[in-house]
Design a protein around this ligand. Structure first.
Ligand SMILES: O=P(O)(O)OC[C@H]1O[C@](O)(CO)[C@@H](O)[C@@H]1O
Length: 532
């Protein structure tokens, strides 16, 4: 990416109001695009045709199409770990051929999916039972990519959840385990240990405690455990029979893994057919990403708008604001997807990045966020580009008036952010209330909305499994595009290692061992305080 030219485009737009861009009568149509039932509107941004053309040309210059094809074909684009990046293979059509080291991986994907479906059906219909009868509850123990996707999707697809209740334990904090297990019957609970590596300290500690909880009542607790992992050896050591182990390969990154075995809890919750629809939605987005012209390509446009705001205009964060209560965990899911992928400081070849890397991503569902942090978004000094999303329809037919208000709020927020309210307008409002003189001026100034604040809006029909698959894959590919333009490796996560190492060393200290030499004075003081 030519960041200098990007900066000069950004500079050129300074002081210009987004509303002025709508003097171009075709803007709303030109700066929005449709794909497979989704509408993405990015017209309420300060991106103009020249800047967009520049960004599109940069995407071409960066070899985006070739790099995208390399990813889909199984090339080892995760160079720092020597791995292919093939979460797309987990949802590819079964006739597809995708080779890693000369071997077609699709038959293996299919065999594992068939085994998952067989097991999910058995849990759902009661042909697999716990030692106290039919499984009533499923507890997924995992963290990061082995947790956030299934949690988010089980909540998102609540109208489709007709299997056993699903619960999730991730935090090493014993409170999480205790609160989830409290009230569950060990004899009718299935525990799924989800860990790609099967070494993650949080997951292994929680899994051991859950096994002890179950072992207090159940003669053979291992028989009510399943495992999702790349390590058959470690799952066997833990005492889980191979028939309930669902493996995957190292070419599936943790935060991209919910399409395969890590999605087992979701498959049990919604059933294999709905799970297949979820994959079909992602596959539709894959096809769109591969085939659509860059100008109509949703992941490409979402990425370019994101880079315009962050790398171009210097906005430090972006908010993801789903007007869909059931997407309440989507912002947390996207935090890992985007920040673990693109929060990097060196490019693929190890050189310092020439620009800022990925932004801070955060958010909450609307309308709750409106009553919490929208004050800052509207009147604070930091500009936060907002990514709104909303469905045309809800599921609660008898509550359609709620849905109309929900959608009205979503549209009103993007309008308010863009238009704002001028001092003249605020003065008129306050004068009508009888204020005059200095007091009128003072009160009016507090009621000014600067406006000119950018947002995008994604509209889908209804939050079905297919649509959820589309949305998640859209964001996955957005991360890829931004990664290519930044020249980084979006598929490693070395930044999580140092803290893990230090925590491992500190564990025994907090159990009473001496503080080792070389600890900094602050950490030493905190440890001593905790030990006292
Ligand atoms: O599935 P695992 O191996 O337990 O890893 C869990 C998570 O830990 C990380 O490696 C680092 O936080 C994530 O990338 C991953 O999703």
């Amino acid at each position: 990416m030519d960041f200098q030219t990007l900066a000069s485009h950004a500079k050129r737009t300074q002081g210009r109001h987004i509303l002025d861009l709508f003097k171009d009568a075709g803007r709303a149509m030109a700066f929005s695009t449709h794909a497979d039932g989704l509408l993405f509107d990015y017209s309420k941004t300060n991106l103009d045709r020249d800047a967009l053309e520049f960004l599109l040309a940069e995407a071409e210059r960066a070899g985006l199409a070739e790099k995208r094809d390399a990813m889909f074909s199984g090339a080892k684009i995760n160079e720092t770990e020597g791995r292919a990046v093939l979460h797309t293979a987990l949802r590819a059509a079964f006739g597809t051929v995708v080779e890693v080291d000369g071997e077609n991986v699709i038959p293996g994907v299919r065999a594992t999916r068939d085994r998952m479906a067989e097991f999910a059906n058995a849990v759902r219909d009661g042909s697999y039972i716990g030692q106290g009868g039919k499984i009533t509850d499923v507890v997924n123990i995992g963290i990061g990519g082995s947790d956030l996707g299934p949690v988010m999707a089980v909540k998102a697809l609540a109208p489709y959840c007709n299997g056993p209740r699903c619960h999730f334990i991730s935090n090493i904090d014993g409170a999480h385990l205790a609160d989830v297990l409290k009230g569950l019957n060990p004899e009718t609970t299935l525990v799924i240990v989800a860990s790609k590596t099967f070494t993650t300290i949080e997951t292994m500690t929680n899994a051991a405690s859950a096994k002890a909880w179950m072992g207090a009542l159940v003669a053979d607790p291992g028989a009510q455990f399943a495992a999702l992992s790349t390590s058959a050896e470690k799952t066997a050591d833990f005492g889980i029979d191979a028939s309930r182990v669902f493996g995957f390969e190292d070419w599936v990154g943790g935060r991209y893994s919910m399409w395969g075995p890590i999605g087992l809890s979701l498959m049990i919750a919604i059933g294999p057919e709905n799970f297949a629809d979820f994959l079909a939605g992602a596959r539709a987005m894959d096809d769109h990403f591969r085939k659509a012209d860059l100008r109509q390509n949703l992941p490409v446009l979402l990425a370019l708008v994101g880079m315009w705001h962050h790398q171009g205009l210097g906005y430090a964060t972006r908010a993801v604001l789903p007007y869909e209560q059931r997407l309440e965990r989507l912002p947390a899911y996207l935090q890992q997807l985007e920040m673990e992928s693109n929060g990097k400081r060196v490019s693929m070849d190890g050189a310092d990045l020439q620009s800022v890397s990925g932004p801070v991503v955060w958010g909450e569902p609307g309308t709750n966020g409106q009553h919490a942090f929208y004050q800052l978004i509207h009147q604070g000094t930091a500009i936060v580009p907002c990514e709104f999303m909303v469905g045309k329809q809800g599921f609660e037919a008898d509550l359609s008036h709620h849905h109309h208000l929900l959608v009205a709020n979503c549209l009103a927020q993007s309008e308010a952010l863009m238009k704002g309210r001028s001092l003249a307008e605020a003065t008129e409002i306050m004068a009508a209330k009888g204020l005059t003189g200095d007091e009128l001026d003072r009160q009016a100034r507090h009621r000014v909305f600067p406006g000119n604040r950018p947002s995008t809006t994604l509209i889908y029909d209804k939050l079905t499994p297919f649509v959820l698959g589309q949305i998640v894959a859209l964001y996955e590919h957005r991360v890829f595009v931004e990664g290519v333009l930044l020249g980084i490796n979006s598929y490693d996560q070395w930044g999580v290692e140092l803290g893990k190492e230090l925590a491992l060393a500190l564990g025994p200290v907090l159990s009473g061992e001496e503080v080792p030499d070389g600890k900094d004075p602050s950490t030493r003081m905190l440890v001593q305080h905790l030990q006292s």
